[in-house]
Structure formats: structure tokens, C-alpha cells
Design a protein around this ligand. Structure first.
Ligand code: FNR
Length: 179
């Protein structure tokens, strides 16, 4: 099973990247999780959407060829970062490669609500006609990692109760993606 991850933070020591790296290590025998380089995408421009160039075309192919998409979003000013919105805008157009695709959302923030506001916005965006993703239902599956800096060490999530919770969510996601 092939999962493509979109990480909404481009910084080297990103906790959201560290979370995806943790999942790559933890579930590596079951699924292959590759990280799409959304930072190299140009700004979306409708003038270019029918002939967008190689970087965008390759990104769309990665999504189209995957069995599911994992989105790790930070919260920037109560919503998702622009780099993630830009990636979603590209894939919402022309071939609409996210339509019907299984999606799991996770997020790490420094604050108390662990990207809740960003994730609510993200669910709304993913429900739009051009995206129409098949998002894992929120009930029991909200991976909201709060107070992030205290839960990671050496680039990996080390908080046991959070890891145990994510194990259950990830298993449900894999079942969901197989259906
Ligand atoms: C933040 N941060 C933040 N945290 C939060 O809980 N709610 C918010 O609205 C914001 N807003 C915000 C805006 C901007 C521009 C930055 C740079 C940061 C803090 C954020 O949670 C923290 O920096 C995370 O560690 C960012 O995720 P990565 O980069 O570690 O993956």
C-alpha cells in the first residue's frame, strides 16, 4: 500500500515532519509512506493549470498513483499554512486527483488545542467540489497533538499515550483506504 504524505511545514526541524517520520518508522513494514515535496510547487496560477510544468505534473501523478494521502498540518494563525493550501489548490483543478481518495489528517502545534482550528478548516477545504476527498471520519480519529515541543525527541514522537492513540487511528485509516 502506497501513502503519500503532505507536510504543511517546510522547516527543517518541523514537528509535523517529525510526526510523519515517526509513522514511516513505526508502520514501515505495513505501508510505504513517501513525502511529497510541496515546497517546490510554484504558486497556483489559473493561467497555467492546463499546462502546469513538470513539478506540478509529477506531484499530481504521485497523488493519483497513491492508495491514500496523509496530511500533517501545523496551525498558522488558526488555519492551515499557505504552502499546504497552494498544493491543494493545484490538485483541485483539471484532473482533480484527490476526488474520492482516502485521506487521514494529523497535526502538531505548540498550543493547547493541537491544530483543531486548522483541521476544521482543512476538513471544509477537502469537502469542496474540486477536492471531494474521502476523509477518515473525525469520530475517534482526531490526531491533535498539542504542546508539541514536549512530546518529541531527536526528531521522533516519544509520547506513549499519543503513539498508542495514533496506532488505532492509523489502523482504521488503512482499513478505510482498502475499502
Ligand atoms: C504558529 N503557531 C501556532 N500555534 C497554534 O497552536 N495556533 C496558531 O494559530 C499558531 N500560529 C502560528 C503562526 C505562524 C506563522 C507560526 C510560525 C507558528 C506555532 C506552531 O504551532 C509551532 O511553531 C509548530 O511547531 C509549527 O509546526 P512545525 O513547523 O513544527 O511542523
Amino acid at each position: 500500500m502506497k501513502i503519500v504524505a503532505l507536510v504543511g511545514s517546510t522547516r527543517k526541524d518541523s514537528l509535523n515532519l517529525s510526526l510523519v517520520n515517526t509513522l514511516q518508522v513505526r508502520y514501515g513494514e505495513k505501508v510505504k509512506i513517501s513525502i511529497a515535496n510541496i515546497a517546490e510547487l510554484p504558486f497556483y496560477n489559473q493561467d497555467d493549470e492546463n499546462n502546469p510544468g513538470e513539478v506540478v505534473t509529477k506531484f499530481k501523478e504521485e497523488i493519483a498513483n497513491s492508495d491514500g494521502v496523509l496530511i500533517a498540518t501545523p496551525e498558522y494563525n488558526w488555519t492551515i499554512p499557505g504552502v499546504l493550501k497552494n498544493a491543494l489548490d493545484w490538485i483541485s483543478r483539471v484532473d482533480k486527483v484527490l476526488v474520492g481518495k482516502p485521506v487521514m489528517i494529523v497535526g502538531v502545534s505548540a498550543g493547547q488545542v493541537g491544530t483543531l482550528r486548522a483541521q476544521l478548516h482543512l476538513r471544509q477545504i477537502l469537502a469542496s467540489p474540486g477536492l471531494s476527498a474521502n476523509v477518515l471520519p473525525a469520530a475517534g480519529n482526531e490526531v491533535l497533538v498539542n504542546f508539541g515541543p514536549s512530546k518529541f525527541k531527536d526528531g521522533l514522537l516519544i509520547d506513549e499515550s499519543t503513539l498508542n492513540f495514533i496506532d488505532g487511528v492509523f489502523e482504521r485509516f488503512i482499513d478505510w483506504a482498502k475499502k
